[in-house]
Design a protein around this ligand. Structure first.
Ligand code: B12
Length: 352
């Protein structure tokens, strides 16, 4: 394996440089990480490449290591903070004068993944846009006020977790009603952005570079009547959202009977179970809202892999789905989704 003693002597094309950077952020070596990106800039590596080909894959790997239970939450948080610092060092060196239009970039309400949109913001700045970067979790009404104050050419809205899609839809509808087109992005909009159009977005892009290309061609789009994309929720969605707290509390009360091992859980395991039960209800609501079963079944697949990595068997998650299902007999859409989720948890031979 290549050992990098000094970042200054290496380039992004060297095999193993990404591992080197990952080690730096994973070891909490803030100075080493900043030195690594600064050295690349000194060698003439474009800032866009450093963000897209070094910081982005490193962060994606951080997510995989956390999901596989190899890195703790604390180590992920520390690594992300250092990536943010490295990104800031890259941004501090860019000095492109705005010569295109003006953009507002924000995460939807309740969305805390600010780093991906920060990369987006810096990449678009380098392409000559004037960017107002609003960061994490921007409530819809405040976003709209900002639009009225600044009059941007577009809003770039990020949603990394599908549970935020109903809020994304409300924000997109409000922006378009204010006459500002919306480009959407982030994995919450589904594989290939498949839920973005349904949420009313004018465009979707999978990465910062894609957004640069999309905004350079045929922009702005013609905004059709925003009233055609009103609230998508139905009675079932509204009921689940209104009864969220009761659903979770009752599910947790009944879980011990359905899965007796929880009786021996310590406080940390009990807290994690309560949090996961909340996620199940939230993804159920999001799937109902978007009208796509996959929002829920993808989440079940993902949760199952995360729990398995922590020694929690599929039966525990199946029991969790069951105690929620028992409370939803009157709601056929919920039953369909929960059954589709349960099927994903059966061993391959049993599944349809
Ligand atoms: C760091 C991190 C966090 C940090 C974020 C801090 C910060 N300052 O950003 C914190 C701790 C807050 C966090 C919280 C959570 N996280 Co998190 N997080 C991550 C992690 C490890 C890295 C995120 C990142 O920086 N990625 C790097 C970026 C650059 O990658 P990218 O997605 O390719 O970004 C590009 C595109 O998405 C696109 N893009 C993004 N937004 C937009 C917007 C527009 C308009 C456009 C055009 C493009 C665009 O452009 C970006 C740049 O090219 C990811 C792993 C991952 N794969 O991303 C998990 C991850 C996203 N998190 C995850 C989860 C589950 C959570 C939590 C629910 C955990 C929990 N139990 O609480 C919460 C949810 C919080 C919330 N409501 O928002 C899961 C999501 C799984 C799923 N089912 O979808 C992931 C994938 C981890 C995993 N491997 O499972 N997280």
């Amino acid at each position: 394996m290549t050992v990098f003693t000094s970042s200054a002597q290496r380039s992004l094309d060297d095999p193993g440089f990404r591992d080197h950077f990952l080690r730096l952020i994973g070891d909490g070596d803030e100075f080493g990480a900043v030195e690594a990106v600064t050295a690349l800039l000194d060698q003439g590596v474009p800032a866009q490449r450093i963000m897209a080909d070094l910081i982005t894959p490193a962060q994606q790997r951080v997510g995989e290591l956390w999901a596989a239970n190899e890195w703790s939450i604390a180590r992920e948080h520390a690594a992300t903070a250092i990536s943010e610092r490295a990104l800031a060092a890259v941004a501090a060196r860019s000095n492109v004068r705005p010569h295109r239009g003006r953009l507002t970039i924000a995460c939807v309400d309740g969305e805390w993944h600010a780093l991906p949109v920060r990369i987006l913001a810096e990449t678009l700045r380098l392409d000559g846009w004037r960017v107002d970067f609003l960061g994490a979790s921007v409530p819809g009404p405040h976003l709209v006020t900002h639009l009225h104050q600044t009059g941007p050419d577009a809003v770039a809205l990020s949603c990394m977790i599908a549970t935020r899609l109903p809020r994304a839809h409300a924000a997109i509808t409000a922006c378009r009603a204010a006459g500002v087109p919306v480009i959407a992005g982030g994995r919450g909009f589904g594989p290939g952005g498949r839920y973005a159009e349904k949420m009313g977005a004018d465009a979707w892009a999978g990465s910062a570079e894609d957004a640069v290309a999309r905004l350079a061609i045929d922009w702005p789009p013609v905004i059709d009547d925003p009233s055609t994309s009103a609230f998508l929720g139905d009675d079932e969605y509204t009921w689940v959202v209104r009864h969220r707290a009761d659903l979770i509390a009752t599910a947790l009360e009944r879980l011990a009977a359905a899965y007796p091992k929880v009786r021996r859980y310590d406080q940390r395991q009990a807290d994690a179970t309560a949090e996961d039960t909340g996620h199940i209800v939230d993804f159920l609501a999001a799937a109902l809202y978007v009208g796509e079963d996959r929002v829920f079944t993808d989440f079940i697949d993902w949760t199952n892999s995360v729990l398995t990595a922590r020694g929690v068997p599929p039966e525990a998650l199946a029991a969790g789905l069951g105690v929620i299902r028992d409370q939803l007999h009157d709601w056929p859409g919920c039953l369909r989704l929960l059954d589709a989720g349960s099927i994903r948890l059966r061993p391959p031979a049993d599944a349809d």
